[in-house]
Design a protein. Structure first.
Length: 170
């Protein structure tokens, strides 16, 4: 029977060359952490700024402003996804550098759950955006959902940053 300790121990053995290389190179440690934080800043920064724009467009309640905001939403997915991909890739390398520690950390797993919620929120955003673009531009239900998605996005990005901060102080 496999246990969590057995699995993380097996993974630790598999990535030991990386963990040793990482531990021996402080410039690499600094660079990888910088990449990870920059990627979160990139994705979260674009997302939160767009969430704010969504609130402002909804407040004006003009259809032309709402249509413009839908156009902005379509352009923002690529930089947000780039930030997420870079954050996940660099985060995996950080995890691989100390699997034993992170595997046993409640804060690490909380951060992973928050990232999963963030990705789910992004999926719901794309679906809602698609429904609005398909002709339901004045649907109060869809705009209400978009408002909730934007609130969740802001909360989740900030919670990911908080979890990462807590993780760094363990």
């Amino acid at each position: 029977m496999l246990t969590a300790a057995g699995v993380s121990g097996g993974l630790a053995g598999l990535v030991q060359p990386w963990a040793t290389f990482y531990a021996d190179h402080t410039l690499l440690q600094t660079g990888l952490l910088y990449l990870h934080l920059s990627a979160i800043f990139l994705g979260g920064g674009f997302a939160i700024a767009t969430d704010r724009d969504t609130f402002m467009a909804m407040r004006s309640a003009r259809q032309s402003g709402l249509i413009r905001q839908l156009g902005r939403l379509q352009t923002i997915h690529k930089p947000v996804m780039l930030g997420l991909i870079l954050a996940l890739a660099s985060g995996f390398l950080l995890y691989a550098a100390d699997i034993q520690h992170y595997s046993g950390s409640v804060v690490f797993w909380l951060k992973m759950v928050l990232l999963g919620a963030l990705l789910t929120n992004g999926f719901v955003l794309k679906r809602t955006e698609g429904a609005l673009n398909a002709g339901d531009i004045d649907s109060p239900v869809l705009w209400g959902r978009l408002r909730k998605i934007s609130i969740a996005s802001m909360v989740l990005w900030l919670a990911v940053i908080l979890a990462g901060t807590l993780l760094g102080s363990e």
